[in-house]
Every structure is written in structure tokens, then in C-alpha cells.
Design a protein around this ligand. Structure first.
Ligand SMILES: Nc1ncnc2c1ncn2[C@@H]1O[C@H](COP(=O)(O)OP(=O)(O)OP(=O)(O)O)[C@@H](O)[C@H]1O
Ligand SMILES: [Mg+2]
Length: 330
């Protein structure tokens, strides 16, 4: 069943240098059990897109267009704004550094307790205590009582992140958003936390949105992948479709920049830098860095289906000869 949908989301940020558009025409659908990876280089709009899903934006950043629904109910439209009905309660968030999610001067018990008091007033005090202990053991703590009595500084980075995940899932949200939630951890701890995120997602038929720079990690964990560039989704599909056969020239360049399945193949960087997308910008953000650029790349381009579930935002998709040459076509 469709848990959550975002249609045509556009976000503006007001800066001294003018109005920029960190997210343009962003669409996302989440079903129960979906694990969706959002990848793209720094500044492509990943954080702004997922924070928009719960209306958690900085003061100079505003959603200017878009329709957001949770289980069919409108959360945001051009007439309505009801993020407070879902934030934390239906959609939980895990941040990059546990220090940002956890308060250093309060024990873990008091923090998870407060989350439950605020977000689950329907529960009795005993039910909240039970729920707290239950989530702490489901994130893998065996010495639950000791950890609950601890302050964050007494715990390792991995333990803090597990406690932050426990706090996020305590109110029983249907969706978890993890924004670079494993980036600050060492590789072994990262693997543990990724396994945990998968476990807590699948055990309760949640959906997980996993934002990361780490394509290998996304490929391992996610069932679907969304590739963002300059505020737009340039490609999306099942993980194997995007990873094994990237179609958009940016995804192709991005994937050839990481040692994917064949560590021996030579790695390529992507020449140039992403553009600063000012309000009024149209066309493909990658055009200036793309070897296949054409005049019509400067016009508005829609996402087009190239195979079941696999969509690409590139003018070459509609042109069989150029597409074949660029390795984009069927
Ligand atoms: N508060 C803000 N004020 C001004 N510009 C902003 C603000 N937030 C985001 N932006 C703009 O939006 C762009 C996208 O930012 P965002 O943080 O969403 O990217 P990201 O893909 O999450 O990057 P990273 O991988 O580094 O986390 C930035 O390059 C910046 O130009
Ligand atoms: Mg980010």
C-alpha cells in the first residue's frame, strides 16, 4: 500500500546572492517495505528534499510548490500545511551525527521518554516504559538498563546512533528517514547500523529513505535508488537497474567514479562542478558537464520511463540514435 507520496515538490532558498532552487519537481512514492536510496554529489539537494517531507526546513528555505500525502491524507498542498500531524509520529528522522539527535546533558531514558510523552500521549506511563525497553532491545542493546541510565558521552558513536534509532522508532513511525546516518561511523559500525536500519524497517513494514554519498552502501541496502543532480531527480529505478545499467550521463559518470563491482577498472572523476541553480533556471543541470550535450538540453525535460520502473530525465532517451551512441537507449 502507498504510505507516502510527494508530487512536483519545488523548494526555494533565499540567499544574499539571490533565490536558489535546491529542489525542483521532485517526486517520490513510498510503499510498505520500500528501502529507497537517495544518492548524488554534495549540494544536489538530497537533504533539502527529505527534510521537506516533514517540513523541517531552515527559516530561509520554503516549499513553493508540491503535494505531499501520508496514507492518502494531504500533508502539504498549495492550500494546506499539516506537517505537525506526521513529524516524528508517522515519519521519524535519524541524522548524520547522533550528537545532533541526542541531548548531551540528558540520559537516554529521559530523551526517549520525552519523545514518547510528546508524540504518544495516547500511551499510559507504563506502556511508554515498556515501549522504551522494547525499542532499546530491538536496536540490539543487551544491557538496556545501563544504557538507559547513561549520558550520550558515555556511549560510543555506534551506540549513540543505535540509541538515536531507538528514539526515532519509539513512537512507531511508518517511515524512517536516515540522512547520512552512517557516514560518521567506522566501517564495521556502519555495517551494523545499516543492518539495524534494514531490520527495523522490515520487521514493522515501514519504509526507509536512506540518503547517502556512499553508492556501494546504497546498492547493498536499498531496493530502489533515486539519483539527484542540481535539485532534480535525473534517474530512478530498482537498484539493479540503476547500478547495473545507469542511463543518465550523470549517473553513468557517478557510478564510474566509484569502485563498484570491479575494483580493477579505472575510476573516473567528473570534470567541472555542479551549477548553482538560481530561480528561473531551466533544463538539465548536468548539461555543462555532459559530453552528449545538445541544444534541447536547455529546455524543461520530464522523467521518461526506459523500462518498467526505470526512469531517466534526459532528452537523449527519446532519440534512439543519440541515445544508443551515449549508452542511454534500450
Ligand atoms: N539554508 C540554506 N540557505 C541557502 N541555500 C541553501 C540552504 N539549504 C540548502 N541550500 C542550497 O541547496 C543546495 C542543496 O543543499 P542540500 O544540503 O540539500 O544538498 P545535499 O545533497 O544534501 O548535500 P550534501 O551531500 O553535502 O549533504 C545547496 O548547494 C545550497 O545551495
Ligand atoms: Mg545533505
Amino acid at each position: 500500500m502507498v504510505l507516502f507520496s510527494v508530487r512536483d515538490l519545488s523548494v526555494e532558498a533565499y540567499t544574499a546572492a539571490g533565490t536558489v532552487m535546491p529542489v525542483r519537481r521532485f517526486d517520490l512514492t513510498l510503499n510498505e517495505g520500500d528501502i529507497v536510496g537517495v544518492i548524488g554529489e554534495s549540494g544536489s539537494g538530497k537533504t533539502t528534499a527529505v527534510r521537506s517531507m516533514i517540513g523541517l526546513l531552515e527559516r530561509n528555505v520554503h516549499i513553493v510548490d508540491g503535494d505531499i500525502r501520508f496514507r492518502g491524507d494531504t500533508i502539504r498542498s498549495n492550500e494546506a500545511n499539516r506537517f505537525d500531524t506526521v513529524r516524528g509520529r508517522s515519519i521519524g528522522m535519524v541524522f548524520q551525527s547522533p550528537q545532533r539527535s541526542l541531548n548531551p546533558v540528558r540520559t537516554i531514558a529521559s530523551q526517549i521518554g520525552e519523545v514518547l510523552t510528546v508524540l504518544r500521549p495516547d500511551m499510559t506511563r507504563d506502556e511508554r516504559q515498556d515501549r522504551m525497553r522494547h525499542v532499546m532491545s530491538s536496536v540490539g542493546f543487551s544491557d538496556v538498563e545501563r544504557v538507559l541510565r547513561s549520558y550520550p558521552h558515555a556511549l560510543s558513536g555506534g551506540m549513540c546512533q543505535r540509541a538515536a534509532i531507538a528514539a526515532a522508532i519509539a513512537p512507531e513511525p511508518s517511515i524512517l528517514i536516515a540522512d547520512e546516518a552512517t557516514s560518521a561511523l567506522d566501517v564495521t559500525t556502519q555495517a551494523e547500523v545499516v543492518t539495524l536500519l534494514k531490520h527495523v524497517t522490515l520487521e514493522s513494514d515501514r519504509a526507509l529513505v536512506f540518503v547517502t554519498h556512499d553508492i556501494l552502501l546504497a546498492a547493498e541496502l536499498c531496493s530502489r535508488i533515486v539519483v539527484m543532480y542540481a535539485g532534480e531527480i535525473v534517474e530512478e529505478g530498482l537498484t539493479e537497474q540503476v547500478v547495473n545499467r545507469p542511463r543518465h550521463p550523470y549517473s553513468q559518470a557517478l557510478l564510474s567514479a566509484v569502485p563498484l563491482w570491479e575494483p580493477k577498472t579505472s575510476l573516473k572523476g567528473i570534470a567541472g562542478r555542479p551549477p548553482r541553480v538560481l530561480k528561473g533556471f531551466t533544463g538539465c543541470g548536468f548539461a555543462d558537464r555532459c559530453a552528449h550535450v545538445r541544444e534541447d538540453c536547455r529546455t524543461t525535460i520530464d522523467l521518461q520511463e526506459v523500462a518498467g520502473n526505470h526512469k531517466v530525465r534526459c532528452v537523449l532517451v527519446g532519440d534512439s540514435e543519440d541515445a544508443r551512441e551515449a549508452g542511454i537507449g534500450v
